[in-house]
Design a protein around this ligand. Structure first.
Ligand SMILES: Cc1ncc(C[n+]2csc(CCOP(=O)(O)OP(=O)(O)O)c2C)c(N)n1
Ligand SMILES: [Mg+2]
Length: 770
């Protein structure tokens, strides 16, 4: 990391003012000036921006180094845009179109914004935690020789104080402590206000304790220089000020100088000494708003003093809406200045009417050169990096041999074979799991490739010669990152590792494993990873009531529906090991393809007889969402459609029924998600004049228009029942709609109607004349 440079404090203060103006103006313009055809509220957060402009000026124009990466508090997005506008990397047009179609996004977005956004934010708490995992990925890359020392940076999160209530932050710092995570600055905009009101009193003392106990340094930036000097010299005033509650402090900030005077007179009387005589009302207001997070000298000093790699939490005291007419008001979160207030602010900031968008409007001739020089220096440091794709050759993956296999065991074998064969892909795979490494069949891979630890950790059991199938020693060349049981952390780890190409220019192939039902525990983090186009392979196993004796708490039902509605994530559910090998190969290819996406494999522990293949013709269909395992006859009156681990039941039913139902087909669905996407996008293409049937339309077209279709999945039946809508076939959907329970497969399949009898009955009913 570079040594801090000496920066002109006055120039930084000017930039702070410009950011406050430009962010407020951008929001004002979108709400009050731009045409609004539909009358929808546009919105924006002028108060949340104003409370951070000094912090962000000090950070971006002074403290950040070339390689540092920042997650910006979502509702301070306009400040980030204003920064890039000053730097020349954001256009006036995008700002004029803030919150409009194609304009600057409400909350910083890696994929939709044109400025370099290091991490998307929006769902509070997640942007904070991902910086920790990104720092861990940086350490991983350095340890593996993929990142030079001079290319390393610091990871910064700008956090709202109410955001600190999000539990995922604490899950992350606990995990971070285990991995001795470094190079983090988390900066809290401690404005004592949330969305609804003022926040709980003196929580910063608690945060202080929590972070310190996880190995963090906590730096509190309470007062600015001027206020600090005053309080240092007036013990009575200091004691009085310190005991004000959050609500009282905010209310006084809102009311201003006269209210401060009245309150001090009432509370302190003579004890205030000559203080009140020496300050008029305006001076009082200015003095008490001189908090640490608004004082440039304090911020610069604090950042300069934290140049080592110790993870640091800065708690910067601020006022929500600083410098704006609703500063401190508890209802100001979504508050917008009205046009009259805006004019008053414009005039106070020396901005001429009609010149509101000029980047350095209102900056005097004397101050201008220093500000311009600072902007110029900063510009060089904040260039947008290009994304890294297409760097790794993905070899053809072979299915493990074995007459009977489960997809979960096959997954472990494929990875093991890949590891043994070696090569670039194998070296770039990084696996991770929230304490279910062994039970999701990653064990053999870990034995081969080792645990990742920055410092050597011995395998005590192995050293003591205690027999174990699992090696559990770690060093800095290991390729498995062990996580505690916190599924949100798994997804944030996958998000950070899945952005490795973008953040560090080096592509990793992250694979995360967990039990299928527990996807729900980390769902927002999974969505967050997809939202910023992180690339990874998620392996969820075991799944469904096929898990039998493990019972209902572990038997997943709805993840295929989650996947069906989740952009950026492709669901595959193989029945056979050869399908799985093809899907893993495809998933790796998609990770390294600019137009790719992440993949979710839903696997099972049920060992089933593998299918005999005559050729490879199934493969293309399997990768596109489905293929006929048993071709239907022309104009067939019925078909069975099945997915995943229940394929033996579907095959047995097919054998039994095919004599009586001529032309009965059996369609193996490998991805309802892809079939559905293909169907809707073919429709959209037709509207644009392109006539090309989708994969599912082609698959179903041999069936008679009156055919009945029985769908079967060890999952919510809605995963497949929609297939009837494609060509208008009648559907009997079989699947799981009630919570599972313990039992043998035969018992459970019978009770939940996934067995041959259920399929036969459903086919019979569909074939009965109406
Ligand atoms: C997960 C999630 N829940 C709720 C919200 C809605 N929300 C946006 S900002 C906010 C309050 C933020 O307060 P704070 O973090 O203190 O930020 P400030 O605006 O005061 O700087 C809430 C509840 C959200 N964006 N994300
Ligand atoms: Mg707040």
């Amino acid at each position: 990391m570079l040594k801090p440079v000496t920066t002109d404090i006055d120039a930084l203060k000017t930039i702070d003012e410009r950011l406050r103006w430009l962010s407020a103006w951008t929001i004002h313009h979108a709400n009050h000036i731009r045409d609004n055809d539909d009358g929808l509220k546009v919105g924006g957060h002028q108060a949340s921006c104003a409370s951070m402009t000094a912090i962000m000026a000090a950070l971006y124009f002074h403290a950040l180094g070339q390689n540092d990466r920042v997650a910006v508090k979502p509702h301070a997005g306009p400040v980030l845009h204003a920064i890039h506008y000053l730097l020349g990397t954001q256009s006036r047009e995008a700002l004029e179109n803030f919150r409009g179609f194609g304009g600057a996004q409400s909350y910083p977005s890696r994929t939709k914004d044109r400025i370099p956004v290091d991490f998307s934010t929006g769902s509070v708490g997640l942007g904070v935690a991902i910086t920790l995992f990104a720092s861990l990925v940086q350490d991983y890359l350095t340890a593996h020789g993929w990142l030079d020392e001079q290319d390393r940076g610091r990871f910064v999160a700008l956090i709202g104080d109410a955001e600190l209530d999000e539990g995922n932050i604490y899950e992350a710092i606990i995990e971070g402590a285990k991995h001795d995570v470094r190079n983090l600055w988390w900066i809290v905009d401690y404005n004592r206000q949330s969305l609804d009101a003022t926040s709980a009193d003196r929580m910063f003392e608690r945060f202080d304790e929590i972070f310190r106990s996880c190995g963090w340094r906590v730096v509190e930036l309470r007062y600015g220089k001027k206020l600090q000097r005053t309080l240092d010299h007036n013990a009575a005033l200091n004691d009085w000020f310190e005991q004000l509650s959050n609500a009282e402090l905010s209310a006084l900030h809102y009311q201003g100088g006269a209210a401060w005077r009245k309150r001090i007179e009432a509370d302190l009387g003579k004890k205030a000494g000559s203080f009140l005589k020496e300050h008029d009302d305006a001076a009082l207001a200015s003095l008490f708003t001189d908090l640490g997070g608004h004082c440039m000298e304090t911020l610069v000093e604090a950042f300069d003093a934290a140049q080592d790699d110790v993870p640091t939490l800065f708690i910067a005291w601020t006022i929500k809406g600083f410098g704006l007419p609703f500063a401190g008001h508890k209802d100001n979160h979504a508050g917008l200045m009205n046009p009259t207030q805006l004019v008053a602010l414009r005039e106070a900031m020396g901005v001429r009417e009609g010149h509101e968008w000029e980047p350095l409007e209102g900056v005097g001739d004397n101050a201008r050169p220093a500000v311009e020089a600072l902007v110029e220096r900063t510009r060089i440091a904040r260039e947008k990096r290009t994304r890294s794709f297409g760097t790794v050759a993905v070899p053809h993956l072979l299915a493990p041999t074995g007459e009977e296999q489960s997809t979960q065991a096959a997954f472990g074998r494929i990875l093991l074979d890949l590891s043994k064969a070696g090569g670039d892909l194998a070296d770039r795979i990084v696996t991770t799991s929230p304490d279910v490494t062994v039970s999701t069949n990653l064990g053999a891979w870990v034995n081969q490739r080792g645990l990742f630890r920055r410092s050597e950790t011995p395998d005590v059991f192995a050293q003591a010669k205690i027999a174990s199938a699992q090696k559990w020693g770690g060093n800095n060349s290991g390729q498995h990152i062990e996580l505690g049981i916190a599924e949100s952390n798994l997804f944030l780890m996958l998000a950070a590792a899945g952005l490795s190409g973008d953040l560090f220019g080096t592509r990793l192939f992250p694979i995360g494993t967990l039990y299928d039902p527990f996807i729900a525990r980390g769902l927002d983090s999974l969505n967050y990873a997809c939202y910023q186009d992180a690339r990874f392979l998620l392996v969820a196993t075991p799944s469904g009531i096929t898990l039998g004796p493990e019972g209902g708490a572990h038997q997943s039902i709805n993840p295929p529906l989650i996947a069906l509605g989740q952009p950026g994530l492709r669901h595959y559910e193989p029945a056979y090991a050869d399908e799985l090998a093809a899907m893993m190969e495809e998933a790796f290819r998609l990770i390294d393809d600019p137009a790719g996406e992440s993949t979710y494999l839903r696997l099972s522990t049920r060992s089933i007889v593998q299918i005999e293949r005559r050729d490879d013709s199934w493969r293309d269909g399997a990768l596109r969402g489905g293929y006929w395992l048993r071709e239907p006859g022309p104009n067939a009156e019925a078909a069975i459609v099945a997915m995943g681990a229940v394929m033996p039941e579907a095959l047995a039913a097919w054998e039994e029924l095919s004599e009586d139902v001529p032309g009965l087909g059996l369609l193996a669905v490998t991805s309802p998600d892809l079939l559905h996407r293909g169907w809707t996008s073919a429709q959209a293409a037709r509207w644009a004049g392109e006539r090309k049937p989708s994969h599912i339309e082609r698959l179903l077209s041999p069936l008679s228009p009156n055919a009945g279709v029985v769908t079967l999945a060890d999952a919510a039946p809605a995963s497949l029942s929609w297939l009837g809508g494609v060509l208008g076939h009648r559907v009997a959907p079989l699947g799981v709609e009630k919570f599972g329970q313990t039992g043998s497969l035969a018992e459970l399949y019978a009770a939940y109607r996934l067995d041959g009898a259920a399929i036969t009955e459903a086919v019979a009913e569909l074939l009965l004349p109406a």
